[in-house]
Ligand binder design. Structure first.
Ligand SMILES: Nc1ncnc2c1ncn2[C@@H]1O[C@H](COP(=O)(O)OP(=O)(O)OP(=O)(O)O)[C@@H](O)[C@H]1O
Ligand SMILES: [Mg+2]
Length: 305
């Protein structure tokens, strides 16, 4: 549905996007996971047509998006990182302005406004000026505004920053429902928990590049298996600890053994060994690597730095 080829954006000597190529299929919930300054907003605003790339080509449904007024853009919606609403106008007045920008009017516009306000639990505040809304309510209204024209592809740029857990959940559920109904979503975040929960595919973005991309499982497979495996501190495990000694370190903890495999020792070998010694798999707890660990492995930095 959306393809990016070699998208590059520079600000003076700073390269914000460094030749990004990407293909998003219809129906995907695609995550862009990266820290501050990675290039997430730059990428979103270029796809949305708010900024022009220095190089590269974007196509949406086969049509190039480079022309300033491409009709293809009607298929796009953007939830910007910073709330873009008129503070003194109320919720309905704001939504009317956004809807009219997309050519909606009359009964259809009224209908879509009501649907959006209901879905984001803002209906009872419809006549309040937006400046009296909490940050989370403003964010929810921002999302409603981006969807009035029923885009096929929604670009969500960190839509939950500064939002309390309840509003955050309402946003997640709303986006998940729309995605199930066919909306394609590109969602940027620096929270790995959000990417893990929401996204069918994740691109790790850092310094304007995407060094890794795939499903969560595919990404985690890129990590050498170096997490720990725990099993009970009991004499019955003596034959196992003896056999593991050559494959990593075995330490006695309070009530568990902690086995840290050598880099490159596969989990499958561990399970073959325990099975051959007759231990049921339920004895072993494997600490799964996380996206955070992958990010550190790829970039040498943490996501929250
Ligand atoms: N208008 C601009 N002028 C100069 N530099 C810019 C401009 N917009 C972005 N940049 C730079 O490009 C880089 C990427 O910025 P961008 O806003 O895309 O990052 P981001 O991943 O969205 O970060 P955040 O998580 O903080 O929102 C940063 O180094 C930023 O300073
Ligand atoms: Mg940003």
């Amino acid at each position: 549905m959306l393809t990016l080829e070699n998208i590059t954006k520079r600000y003076g000597s700073l390269t914000s996007l460094d030749g990004i190529s990407l293909r998003i299929e219809a129906g995907e919930f695609f995550g862009l996971l990266g820290p501050n300054g990675a290039g997430k907003s730059t990428l979103m605003s270029i796809v949305a047509g708010l900024r022009a790339p220095d190089a590269g080509v974007i196509t949406l449904n086969g049509q190039p998006l480079t022309a300033a007024k491409s009709s293809a853009r009607a298929a796009l919606g953007l939830v910007p990182q910073h709330v873009a609403l008129y503070p003194r106008l109320n919720a309905v007045q704001n939504l009317r302005i956004f809807g009219q920008l997309y050519g909606l009017k009359g009964g259809l516009l009224r209908e879509r406004i009501e649907e959006g306000l209901e879905a984001m639990q803002l209906a009872d505040r419809r006549h309040d000026p937006v400046q009296n809304f909490s940050g989370g309510m403003q964010r929810r209204l921002n999302i409603v505004a981006s969807l009035l024209h029923r885009p096929q592809l929604l670009l969500c740029d960190e839509p939950t920053v500064g939002v309390d857990p309840q509003s955050r959940n309402a946003i997640f559920e709303f986006l998940e429902k729309l995605n199930r109904e066919g909306l394609t979503v590109i969602y940027s975040t620096h929270y790995m928990e959000e990417a893990t929960r929401l996204c069918s595919r994740i691109g790790i973005i850092d310094h304007g590049k995407i060094p890794a991309l795939g499903t969560l499982d595919e990404l985690l497979l890129k990590l050498p298996f170096e997490e720990e495996i725990r099993f009970p501190l009991a004499d019955t495990f003596a034959p196992l600890t003896a056999r593991l000694a050559g494959h990593g370190s075995v330490e006695k903890g309070q009530d568990h053994y902690h086995f840290r495999p050598q880099p490159g020792y596969p989990l499958s070998s561990f399970y073959q060994l325990t099975e051959s010694l007759g231990y049921p798999a339920r004895n072993f707890t494997v600490q799964r690597p996380t996206l955070e660990a992958l990010f550190l492995h790829l970039t040498g930095r943490t996501l929250r730095e």
